[in-house]
Design a protein around this ligand. Sequence first.
Ligand code: FAD
Length: 504
Amino acid sequence: MTDRPDTAEEFGADTSRAPAGAVAPADGDVIDVFDVIVIGAGPPGENLAERTQAAGLRTALVEGDLVGGECSYWACMPSKALLRPAAALAAARAVPGAREAAGGELAAAAVLASRNAFASNWRDEGQVSWLESVDVELVRGQGRLAGPRKVVVTASDGTERRLTARHAVALCTGSRPALPPLPGMDEARPWTSHEATSSQRVPERLAVVGGGVVGVEMAAAWQALGARVTLLVRGDTLLPHWEPFAGELVAEGLARAGVELRTGASVAALRRPDPDGPAVVELSGGNTVIADEVLFATGRRARTDELGLETVGLTPGDWLAADDSLRVQGVPGDWLYCAGDVNHRAMLTHQGKYQARIAASAIVARARGAGVDDGPWGAQAATADHQAVPQVVFTDPEAASVGLTLASAEKAGLRVRAVDYDLGSVAGAALFAEGYRGRARMVVDEDRQVVVGASFVGPGAGELLHAATIAVVGEVPLARLWHAVPAYPTISEVWLRLLEAYRG
Ligand SMILES: Cc1cc2nc3c(=O)[nH]c(=O)nc-3n(C[C@H](O)[C@H](O)[C@H](O)COP(=O)(O)OP(=O)(O)OC[C@H]3O[C@@H](n4cnc5c(N)ncnc54)[C@H](O)[C@@H]3O)c2cc1C
């Protein structure tokens, strides 16, 4: 590694030739010098730390809560563990012969127990021993910047540890739920995604506010577990950033499951007159909804408010802007990086981990004094964040999408044509589920003759997505895609039908 000025001396220590390790400054405090310091041990932070350490850069990973982040304990894993049993039961009931054997009700207690196991019972020993196995040093406590390359970590007992990075600091602190500042929020104690993914009991009545991905998934999960769910949506559609048919088919599925969907429902205030009694959701216009719990799934905000951003010229609370090598913009030098939700590029675990791989690769390249474009895979620029983000909504039916929707492609000024196909008409779909309902759309860039977006809605549609991601990222010409023959009788035959529909 090339030598860099060692900023530990700014804490009062002479560390100009210090190897990574502990340094004692004049005042006797110990400063730990690492090559790389990562703040936040969600999936992106863990991945970034593992990669820089594996490349020979001594790396510290700072975590104030559980190693594994939201995804492991209060987001992806527990939410999908809540959703999967209902999907499996619905799949069995859609197949004659299996249907007769699947007549019972979902066993809510077993589902919650399985969810607890998927969330590792909210303990992180497994993640910690993995960190040990890859030699990353875990520093427990809240980290904050204290100037360029400097990090102060405050442990739960209030003690502080000062760290300095020789090469890079990476901020991977994620996001937290954004609650609207409505009257009565403190008194009514609404659920956020934390309670919605970790509750140990099924409320009798649940009101869900918000028709985005978290809102529709949690509405589906808790309705299946036995709650009576009312889904309150301000606009007139679910999943507003998706192809319109995604919101329509998901709304149909939720209604079939018994969810009461109210569109044009804007929450004005919340009350819980008796602390042990139900909450009252007051809607603009005067209507009310009574529910035992109220989940606000109304977006996320950056977790940067107590991160010392002001010490490097940034504004606390803001999302971090990053270039394609995940270097934080607005900070001189090339030492500050960010990956995951905190940069607001694509708030999904797989995209955060992708960014972490890129950031680690860029940090290692720069530490070696190399340019950032010369990795064997051209791996130091996060291009897929812009053009090809895959996402699945695990409702019944599932919705899956990658790349641009027709509307977003047109807004981007592309000359595009969309072709649609009824997924239920594909032989594999009819075998998958009786009366299969679903739809697929392929958005083609007419000038380049490549797929720039694809969406699939239907049972099991999530597993169709990676082929689309490859087509979009690989910019596979339609003339070549024509030779990618889907196996018969799979639902993937929809690709052939979409290409036939496009050729006319
Ligand atoms: C209900 C729900 C379901 C979801 N389902 C999916 C899904 O199915 N698939 C998917 O891809 N994405 C899903 N997501 C999104 C996914 O959870 C996030 O994109 C992912 O967790 C982002 O990882 P992250 O590391 O950036 O942030 P986080 O997972 O939030 O991790 C950040 C970590 O940093 C720590 N931290 C923060 N500040 C400090 C500090 N100052 N000092 C020390 N530590 C700090 C936190 O304690 C936390 O552990 C879901 C989100 C929600 C809310």
